[in-house]
Design a protein around this ligand. Structure first.
Ligand code: URA
Length: 443
């Protein structure tokens, strides 16, 4: 078998066999296929797509490209969650502690930023001392002790995805339904949870720009999960606005802590409670309604906040920053952006807002770029809000004055204003469930 022939086949939209896909994943894992040939194949997949059989074969081959976790020694039903990526998406930081505080084991491996979207691991590493690079032994010990672990993807788990993920990030091949489905589901299957909840983002700040594309991705992932024997459900949630107001690592940690303190933005709280309730429901803690009450209780009682501080400390982080988020450093340069005109915010280019945060230093433009954990932005208004010209629209945070100028210019391109009132977009579109991923309920 030759990788050249496989690239040629996919370029001509011919279905690849399971053996060919296994050959590719093996070559990716063993480093016997160079980056340029993998990248060429990724671009061909991005342009020509993959059949359901190809996507499943790719997922399973990547899931078995390294270790697979056996969580059976941990108590109860293990539930995992994964988001397809968005701007200001800090839900894991809120949802995982809620679920763990209610007695469900959360053994979670999270990702780093991808393209214009943030990553949970980068956010957590904004907490002084926090260690996301746990060994397997440390991972299991933390889960046993605290009922929760928020680790980065271990080197040995789905290593093929790790290499492909980095190449996709560098070659504009992220937005591909089969590649996203295989990337996420390979990690979820390898990570060993019994039940999986997927948060599939849709809108101009996500990789799936339309609800139709998001549903297609959700159905594919639910079908793959169920096929692998894991009960899987997906929510389609909105990403036509950043979630909450904060975008950027420390800024997002502070906002997540605010929600855990029963404060914080209403949209973020609503989506987090919905996801947490469904994770608890998947863990058989009761009806969705009852689980929503449990999730609310976890916040109101302070148990979820305490669980978050506990896991931060268990992973080497200084919990004093969670107990008192004002201790976090603030960026050297803080610049207020004013509304350039009066009117209702008609729409936001949410991807552009993610890029603004990146330009300020909150993300990586190249894989080896260093993150400025204090960088990012806080919005003061969202779609449908009315502003007078000159009222505060956002505050930008960075350590580099030159970055602030470029970011401001990019940021101001992200808004369209209207003279007439605008409707707020829904936060959740629907839920996709069931073995054949056919069940759909609306919100
Ligand atoms: N998250 C992942 O883990 N993989 C993707 O491809 C996109 C989002």
């Amino acid at each position: 078998m030759r990788i050249y022939d496989i690239i040629h086949k996919k370029k001509n939209a011919v279905e690849l066999t399971e053996a060919e896909i296994r050959f590719v994943v093996d070559g990716v894992t063993r480093n016997t296929i160079p980056d340029y040939q993998i990248s060429a194949l990724l671009m061909a997949i991005c342009l020509k797509g993959m059949t359901a059989a190809e996507t499943t074969a790719l997922t399973l081959a990547m899931a078995h490209s390294g270790d697979t976790l056996d969580l059976s020694s941990l108590p109860g039903i293990k539930v995992d969650k994964h988001s397809t990526g968005g701007v200001g998406d800090k839900t894991t930081l809120v949802v995982a502690p809620i679920v763990a505080a209610m007695g469900v084991t959360v053994a979670k491996m999270s990702g780093r930023s991808l393209g214009h979207t943030g990553g949970t691991v980068d956010k957590l590493e904004g907490i002084p001392g926090f260690n996301a690079g746990l060994t397997m032994e440390e991972f299991f010990a933390t889960v046993r002790r605290s009922g929760i672990c928020l680790s980065g993807q271990s080197m040995s788990l789905a290593p093929a995805d790790k290499r492909i993920y980095a190449l996709r990030d560098a070659t504009a091949t992220i937005e591909s339904v089969p590649l996203i489905a295989a990337s996420i589901m390979s990690k979820k299957i390898a990570a060993g949870a019994d039940r999986i909840l997927l948060d599939v983002k849709t809108g101009n700040g996500s990789f799936m720009k339309t609800v139709g594309e998001a549903k297609e991705l959700a159905r594919k992932m639910v079908t793959i999960g169920e096929g692998a024997g894991r009960k899987t459900a997906a929510f389609i949630t909105d990403m036509s606005n950043p979630l909450g107001f904060a975008v950027g690592n420390i800024l997002e940690i502070k906002e997540a802590v605010a929600v855990l303190r029963n404060e914080g933005p209403e949209d973020l709280r609503y989506v987090c409670l919905k996801l947490a309730a469904h994770m608890l429901h998947l863990a058989e803690k009761g009806t969705v309604e009852h689980c929503k009450t449990l999730a609310e209780e976890a916040i109101v009682s302070g148990k979820a906040l305490e669980k978050f501080a506990e896991v931060v400390a268990a992973q080497g982080g200084d919990r004093a920053y969670i107990d008192d988020p004002d201790r976090f450093p603030t960026a050297k340069i803080v610049r207020e952006i004013k509304a350039p005109q009066s009117g209702y915010i008609q729409a936001m280019d949410t991807e552009g807002i993610g890029i603004t945060a990146l330009l300020l230093g909150a993300g990586r433009e190249k894989t080896d770029d260093k993150i400025d954990y204090t960088a990012g932005l806080v919005l003061h208004a969202k779609t449908a809000d009315y502003l007078e010209a000159g009222q505060p629209l956002a505050t930008l945070y960075t350590s580099d004055a030159r970055k602030a100028d470029a970011a401001k210019e990019r940021f101001l391109e992200c808004f369209a204003f209207s003279d007439t009132p605008v409707e707020k977009p829904p936060l959740i579109y629907c839920e996709i469930t069931g073995p054949a991923a056919v069940g759909e309920s609306k919100y």
